[in-house]
Design a binder for this molecule. Structure first.
Ligand SMILES: Cc1cc2nc3c(=O)[nH]c(=O)nc-3n(C[C@H](O)[C@H](O)[C@H](O)COP(=O)(O)OP(=O)(O)OC[C@H]3O[C@@H](n4cnc5c(N)ncnc54)[C@H](O)[C@@H]3O)c2cc1C
Length: 383
């Protein structure tokens, strides 16, 4: 009897990295990858730095689905949606076709969060979370002089920096008092804001966007305090929410993300999850480094050698190229205090526990050179 395939749902970094790692261990079991997009392989972090490097959308894609299928010895179904997962039967329905699987892996990513805004041009608010979004965004800003960015988190700051390098001014709006407010202490956030204000980024903190209206060929963004900004495009970068619908409907445990243990197992038999959709042992970390760790652990588990994922310290580089930031936030629930040192051209912020262990850090500008040395002093996120 033929072996049922391993089915991977999603062709982002999580799906493809897992497929590569698993193929190193199992060259023969059939592999089916199903994806809603066109199956091109690309590095998503490039989307918020591609403007600086003059990369058009097509140049970001490294391989198309046919090349990936041949490299991975896989069947890849593109532009299809996995509609229903039946973990008791061991099947997934994709556009009406039911596929039996030996194991299934949810690598379905996360959706951009939208906060509804009023106005007659509200539908012009864009977000960038995949190659197709990026192509639309690039087309929308082809002749732009000014872009308004909603959200001063990692992605909003990176786009402001990237656009600036490409000669496009931006206003960045956020209800917090400084950028990267969920990652940085206030002094560090303010230092980043000052550095970019000096370069031309127009920060509007303590406010939200109320409306987006047409203003001739341009757009008018009205803030919650009534102030108006005339702009050419509006990018929403408020954050991402794990895609949990398929798992939830299948009766799998879902919290913020799809709940998995350290072997990336969901609460259902032969069903696993990794990447932006997953919450691993209580940690939802929507970054590349945790995906690499998870794929390297899940591959042997799927090949019959159950393996726990390890999360070493994984500082995140924020691609604000004129004043870079590297941040390793403290682990959830660990208390301590930030101590801040201003350096020539940078800042070092260390988060220390009461017994004086370094639990996290934020390094800005010249201090980012200390990244490796300080990373060695951090505890692992998962041993
Ligand atoms: C602009 C930007 C910049 C970033 N920069 C950095 C950075 O500098 N450093 C860093 O570490 N991280 C960064 N990140 C985060 C990082 O890119 C993500 O953590 C990672 O790419 C997520 O990969 P993924 O495979 O989990 O999800 P995705 O890439 O979103 O892939 C999900 C896949 O699932 C498919 N899918 C979804 N639902 C279904 C369904 N029902 N049926 C079939 N297919 C489905 C989609 O089509 C897609 O192929 C950035 C993110 C963004 C948006």
């Amino acid at each position: 009897m033929a072996t049922d395939p391993l089915v991977i749902i999603g062709s982002g970094l999580a799906g493809y990295t897992l497929a590569r790692e698993w193929r190193k261990l199992d060259a023969t079991t059939p592999l089916l990858i199903v994806t809603r997009d066109d199956g091109r392989y690309y590095s998503k972090p490039m989307l918020s730095s591609a403007y600086t490097s003059s990369k058009p959308p097509d140049a970001i894609a490294l391989s198309d689905a046919a090349v990936m299928a041949s490299q991975l010895n896989a069947g890849i179904r593109t532009r299809v949606t996995a509609e229903e997962l039946d973990v008791a039967a061991g099947t997934v329905r994709v556009e009406g076709v039911v596929h039996a699987y030996s194991n299934v892996v949810l690598a379905v990513g996360a959706d951009p969060i939208y906060v509804p805004v009023g106005g007659d041009a509200a539908e012009r608010v864009m977000s960038v979370n995949d190659l197709a979004d990026y192509a639309n965004f690039r087309a929308a800003i082809a002749a732009a002089r000014h872009v308004t960015i909603i959200g001063a988190g990692l992605i909003g700051c990176e786009f402001a920096s990237d656009l600036l390098s490409g000669g496009i001014a931006s206003a960045v709006i956020d209800p917090a008092a400084f950028p990267l407010s969920r990652l940085l202490p206030a002094e560090a956030g303010e230092a980043l804001a000052d550095a970019y204000a000096g370069l031309g980024v127009d920060w509007r903190f303590g406010r939200t966007v109320a409306r987006v209206d047409h203003e001739g060929t341009r757009l008018r963004v009205t803030l919650s305090d009534g102030e108006a900004i005339v702009t050419d495009a509006v990018l929403s970068a408020i954050g991402l929410r794990p895609r949990t619908g398929l798992a939830r409907a299948a009766g799998l445990d879902v919290n913020h993300g799809i709940v998995v243990n350290r072997q990336l197992r969901t609460s259902g038999d032969r069903a696993y999850a990794l990447g932006d959709c997953a919450e691993v042992n209580g940690l939802a970390l929507p970054y590349v480094a945790p995906i690499m760790q998870a794929a390297r652990a899940l591959a042997p588990t799927l090949a019959g050698r159950p393996t726990d994922v390890a999360y070493p310290p994984m500082p995140v580089l924020v691609k604000t190229s004129r004043f870079p930031v590297v941040v390793a936030p403290p682990r959830p629930g660990v208390t301590g205090n930030w101590s801040i040192e201003r350096l020539d051209g940078g800042m070092r912020a260390l988060y220390r526990t009461e017994d004086d262990r370094i639990e996290g850090f934020a390094l800005l500008g010249s201090a980012t050179a200390e990244r490796q040395k300080l990373s060695r002093e951090l505890p692992a996120l998962l041993d």
